[in-house]
Design a protein around this ligand. Structure first.
Ligand code: UDP
Length: 357
């Protein structure tokens, strides 16, 4: 069986790591296309090196521009590659423009599609990610849902049950597989912080970075926290550039260049609290039993709110600094909503069986 995986953004490289390993273990011939959406050392190369992902066979170098230009160029570039490769199946991950473009090209070429992290919904169609997910799910015939809630969302949208596979979350697999390597990193001393005595923050969602009022409230809120407890923030390139354009700056928050996965996990697992607008980082906070504040109006990972590990702080309304400081020590209930670390293996098994049918 020939499977083409199409990825392009940081969280997708992390999700690919355990899955590629499992596919290779199951004897599935995987060819990786990197769209180029995230392209530099910090946002791309480091993940391939650290997580032992084979170099992509195709690197399309598509990045920058608006959603239309980026997605359009990806469509143009992916189509001839899939025409040449004639894969049995295409697999896409998550909710980026690379997900949308990969699924759309495959559908037009009548190639079956599997979508990893299917069924995730914020129910906010102003988010570019929500549009990408809905379209990718509609076009896929194998939908790998991480959670009960995601599987239920798909069923409610009319996806037939034999296409929905609730297999657990591949990011949990990655967390388990790389925990030991992450525990050996010395990033805490490099960053000058002590275990349990700092806040780890990340910011990159368009709804926060592209809205100056929200961005300013977030910057002010994190600066206020930094007066009480050190705040470490690995700065996403989009946030860095929006802050530069708007004349905003952090003074007391300690910003770092985007981190590799192992350093990020090391910082996450020792933080007193994590404040983030990232999807993946919310889950990772839970994996390491660290309370989390989600700097958004809603979250797709609703089970973490229900379990008490996470709470929302809307950048439009909430008192950001109070929400973050109040979350310290607020642990939730024990549960395993993301499977048992075998999501990647489940994907490989299901794809092998789909081939036989
Ligand atoms: N991450 C990382 N370095 C960083 C920030 C995040 O390795 O400086 C990892 C993080 O641990 C998680 C993933 O990137 O595994 C989340 O990706 P991101 O926040 O970019 O996207 P989202 O999950 O919101 O789609």
């Amino acid at each position: 069986m020939r499977l083409v995986t199409i990825v392009g953004a940081r969280p997708q490289f992390i999700k690919v790591a355990p899955v590629s390993k499992a596919l290779s273990g199951a004897g599935i011939d995987e060819i990786l296309i990197h769209t180029g959406q995230h392209f530099d050392t910090d946002m791309s190369d480091v993940f391939f090196e650290e997580l032992g992902i084979a170099a992509p066979q195709y690197h399309l170098g598509v990045n920058g521009g608006g959603h239309g230009a980026m997605t359009g160029t990806m469509l143009q570039q992916i189509e001839p590659v899939l025409q040449e490769l004639k894969p049995d199946r295409v697999m896409v991950y998550g909710d980026t423009n690379s997900t949308l473009a990969g699924a759309l090209v495959a559908a037009k070429l009548h190639i079956p599609i599997a979508h990893v992290e299917a069924g995730l919904r914020s129910f906010n169609r102003a988010m570019p990610e929500e549009i990408n997910r809905i379209v990718a799910d509609q076009l896929s015939d194998i939908l790998f849902a991480s959670t009960n809630v995601a599987a239920e969302n798909l069923a409610r949208e009319g996806v037939v049950s034999d296409r929905i596979f609730q297999i657990g979350d591949v990011m949990y697999d990655a967390a388990l597989q790389f925990a030991e390597a992450a525990s050996k990193r010395d990033i805490l001393s490099v960053a000058g912080v002590e275990p349990q005595r700092y806040v780890l923050a990340t910011l990159h969602r368009a709804e926060n970075t592209d809205d100056l009022t929200r961005l300013k409230r977030l910057v002010d809120g994190l600066e206020t926290v930094a007066a009480t407890m050190p705040v470490i923030l690995p700065l996403h390139p989009r946030t860095a550039s929006r802050m530069r354009e708007s004349g905003l700056a952090f003074n007391n928050v300690k910003t770092l260049a985007p981190l590799g996965y192992l350093d990020m996990v090391a910082l996450e697992s020792q933080a007193a609290v994590i404040a983030t607008d990232s999807g993946g980082v919310q889950k990772e906070a839970f994996f390491y039993k660290v309370p989390c504040v989600t700097l958004r109006d809603e979250t797709e990972w609703v089970e973490l709110i229900e379990l008490g590990w996470n709470r929302l702080a809307s950048p439009a309304q909430a008192d950001i600094s109070t929400a973050i400081l109040n979350a310290i020590g607020k642990k939730g209930s024990e549960a395993l909503p993301y499977g048992d670390g075998t999501a990647a293996r489940n994907i490989a098994t299901i794809l092998s069986q789909a081939h036989i049918q």
